[in-house]
Design a protein around this ligand. Structure first.
Ligand code: ATP
Ligand code: MG
Length: 191
């Protein structure tokens, strides 16, 4: 990996060179995880290696798991959670806390390994906003990552420290959601 200082990396990128970016997909509307999947799909199609670590998802079956598996080791998705999370001060389940810590340890390993061109930390922003993970610690790991590595973070309530550090931040605004009319999760749309 290129070990240029971030500033010269910025200058190189302004002249059309490569630079790893931090992207955030946040907000109350639908589309955060699917935007990250779309980015991963685009990168994998360019021969890049993509890892998505899902901080909360666990037991459910999502179509994207099979779609990514069809791309072989270019697009790997690992579910690190158990599908839901119990939070609220002292009520936080220690199992969830442990799973989040393991997911974060895995994320740090993956980001520094040099094995991946893009690492997607799906729903990590929920873990941070629930107080299960420290935003400054995440910011530090992002700042120290290899200079060409792209990292995408998803989830509601993006922490200001991470918004400040990110290169591109997109907020999905909710105008309507089928769920509001009582429509249940649909195959191909939600899973
Ligand atoms: P998606 O995975 O579809 O891109 P997302 O990542 O933006 O959605 P999450 O907050 O991770 O949204 O929630 C995942 C699930 O919750 C999805 O099934 C999604 O359709 C549903 N969902 C997302 N936004 C809303 C909303 N505003 N109201 C109700 N359900 C929602
Ligand atoms: Mg999501």
């Amino acid at each position: 990996m290129d070990a240029k200082a971030p500033e010269s990396q910025d200058d190189a990128a302004k002249a059309g060179g490569r630079k790893g970016l931090v992207l955030i997909f946040t907000g109350a509307g639908k589309g955060k995880t699917t935007a990250a999947l779309g980015s991963g799909f685009r990168a994998a199609g360019n021969g890049m290696r993509v890892l998505m670590l899902q901080f909360i998802k666990g037991s459910w079956h999502y179509g994207e798991l099979d779609a990514a598996a069809a791309l072989g080791d270019h697009f790997v998705i690992r579910q690190m959670g158990r599908g839901f999370i119990k939070v609220g001060g002292a009520a936080t389940d220690p199992v969830d806390l442990q799973l989040i810590r393991e997911a974060w340890a895995e994320a740090k390993r993956a980001m520094s390994s040099g094995e991946w061109d893009m690492v997607i930390l799906d729903e990590i922003l929920y873990a941070i906003s629930y107080g299960l993970l420290d935003a400054p610690e995440v910011a530090q790991a992002l700042a120290e990552r290899p200079p060409l590595l792209h990292v995408i973070l998803t989830g509601r309530n993006a922490h200001p420290v991470l918004v400040e550090l990110a290169d591109t931040v997109t907020e999905m605004g909710e105008r309507k959601h089928a769920y509001q009319r009582g429509i249940q999760a649909q195959l191909g749309i939600e899973y």
